[in-house]
Design a protein around this ligand. Structure first.
Ligand SMILES: NC(=O)c1ccc[n+]([C@@H]2O[C@H](COP(=O)([O-])OP(=O)(O)OC[C@H]3O[C@@H](n4cnc5c(N)ncnc54)[C@H](OP(=O)(O)O)[C@@H]3O)[C@@H](O)[C@H]2O)c1
Ligand SMILES: N[C@@H](CCC(=O)O)C(=O)O
Length: 429
């Protein structure tokens, strides 16, 4: 057992399941399988740097509010720290630390030269005006100015943020250092050095991994019944691409609840409806309203949790009817629920593989920016697909070789590569 990193225990996570403890448990399992020494495990269990900053902001009504912003840099053994920035009321330092650790294994698994990081602010962005969000983002970036940079730590979008926030971060960083630095963030608008294909990248990666898993079962995406929790950047893109590939999207949801259609939802029509209704899908015709709890337990071939952590838990795992669970979100299945699903023979496509398309295209964006040469979308998608399919097959091979489930196989690859680099670099104190 490793000693627990000393992180402030503020803010309980959903259902009191600590995402950082879970991340450490998966790391320990991989370390045991790889027979890593205790010292290596200790090092990998601790984030290298944890930064918490105060963000004072004057609201539109004149009030002053002071928000807490975090950036956790888990590892830079393989390259600059890399990971998204989350704006969500449930953000805690422990959650951000867990997500930073996942980024380390994800980048290593995909073979991209990055370490892992994550940032977050505990706010509901829907409760702030665009002007307030801009002030918050700019102040957060200024406070982190010495900790981020294109060779140091490269933020990207996550829950509650998008290309808009990345543009504000890029501009604030650039103004502070005195010249334009597009490479300080990825997932930015194409007008300032963003990559074609980045917006759809995570959803596209999910589609590719589900397609590969089905192919191994002798099936195609045509007619496959899919249920998706979350209809944001990741869930919305996955729904659109799976729909285009012939899958039947039986249900989708947002925080306000879900929609179900037995013959499959018309995803392009639903996207148009959401665009006209401030991202709300409530009231979409030709669909039945269902709760998020009902959605998760619908009979289907593929269940794609694409919202937040800890959605499939000990409480509802026995009702999950999918044959494949593709973790588009980070950490949507708890440790215990994962055990049950694996025990039942459900194929769980782990987050560090299934949702890696986003960071892969972030990497391609960074590479294009550093080389001042920008590719068309077809090339970006092709390069991303190559890396995703390669990683998928490596995980399958590892799973067969070690006789372990896909998650442990993916972790042994990611953790193993970082441990090897740690040993090669000689970073032991
Ligand atoms: N963005 C990326 O590039 C990327 C890459 C890899 C992995 N991920 C992971 O993917 C997940 C989703 O990220 P995202 O970028 O798609 O975020 P997003 O664009 O903010 O969308 C999140 C979606 O989840 C919905 N949601 C929130 N709480 C929910 C709940 N309790 N039940 C059902 N739906 C709920 C949101 O609905 P409301 O609009 O009502 O809140 C929204 O539709 C996260 O775990 C993130 O870490 C993101
Ligand atoms: N937030 C995303 C993307 C990270 C990135 O592109 O750096 C993730 O969890 O993978």
């Amino acid at each position: 057992m490793v000693s627990m990193p000393t992180l402030p225990l503020e803010g309980a996570s959903p259902a009191h399941i600590c995402p950082f403890d879970q991340a450490c448990s998966y790391l320990e399992a991989a370390a045991k399988e790889l027979r890593l020494d205790q010292g290596t495990l200790e090092i990998l269990s601790h984030p290298r740097k944890v930064v918490t900053v105060s963000i004072p902001v004057r609201l539109d009504n004149g009030d002053i509010r002071v928000l807490a912003g975090h950036r956790v840099q888990h590892s830079d053994i393989l390259g600059p720290y890399k990971g998204g920035t989350r704006y969500h009321p449930a953000v805690t330092l422990r959650e951000v630390s867990a997500l930073a650790m996942l980024m380390t294994w994800k980048c290593a698994l995909l073979g991209i030269p990055y370490g892992g990081a994550k940032g977050g602010i505990a706010i509901n962005p829907q409760h702030y005006s665009v002007g307030e969000l801009e002030k918050i983002t700019r102040r957060y970036t200024s406070e982190l100015i010495k900790d981020i940079g294109p060779a140091v730590d490269i933020p990207a979008p996550d829950v509650g943020t998008s290309a808009r926030e990345m543009a504000w971060m890029m501009d604030t960083y650039s103004v502070n250092v005195g010249h334009a630095v597009p490479g300080v963030v990825t997932g930015k608008p194409i007008s300032i050095g963003g990559s074609r294909g980045r917006e759809m990248a995570t959803g596209r990666g999910v589609m590719i991994i589900v397609r590969e898993a089905l192919a191994d079962m002798g099936r195609t995406l045509e007619g496959v019944k899919v249920v998706i929790q979350g209809f944001g950047n990741v869930g919305g893109a996955a729904a659109e691409l799976l729909y285009q590939a012939g899958a039947k999207i039986l249900a989708v949801s947002t925080g306000a609840g879900g929609l179900f259609a037995a013959d499959g939802l018309d995803i392009p029509a639903l996207k148009a409806y959401a665009a006209e209704n401030h991202r709300s899908i409530v009231g979409f015709p030709q669909a039945v309203a269902i709760s998020n709890a009902e959605l998760l337990t619908l009979p289907c071939d593929v269940l794609i949790p694409a919202a937040l952590e800890n959605q499939i838990t000990e409480e509802n795992v026995d009702q999950i009817q999918a044959q494949i669970v593709a973790e588009a979100a980070n950490g949507p299945v708890t440790l215990e629920a994962n055990r049950v699903l694996e025990g039942r023979g459900v194929t769980v496509l782990p987050d560090i593989l299934a949702n890696a398309g986003g960071v892969v295209v972030s990497y391609l964006e960074w590479v294009q920016g550093l080389s001042y040469l920008f590719w068309d979308e077809e090339r970006v998608n092709r390069e991303m697909e190559h890396l995703m399919v390669q990683a998928y097959h490596q995980v399958i091979k590892q799973s067969q070789m070690r006789q372990v489930p896909l998650r442990l196989a993916a972790y042994t690859l990611g953790v193993g590569r970082v441990a090897q680099a740690l040993s090669d670099r000689g970073l032991y104190p």
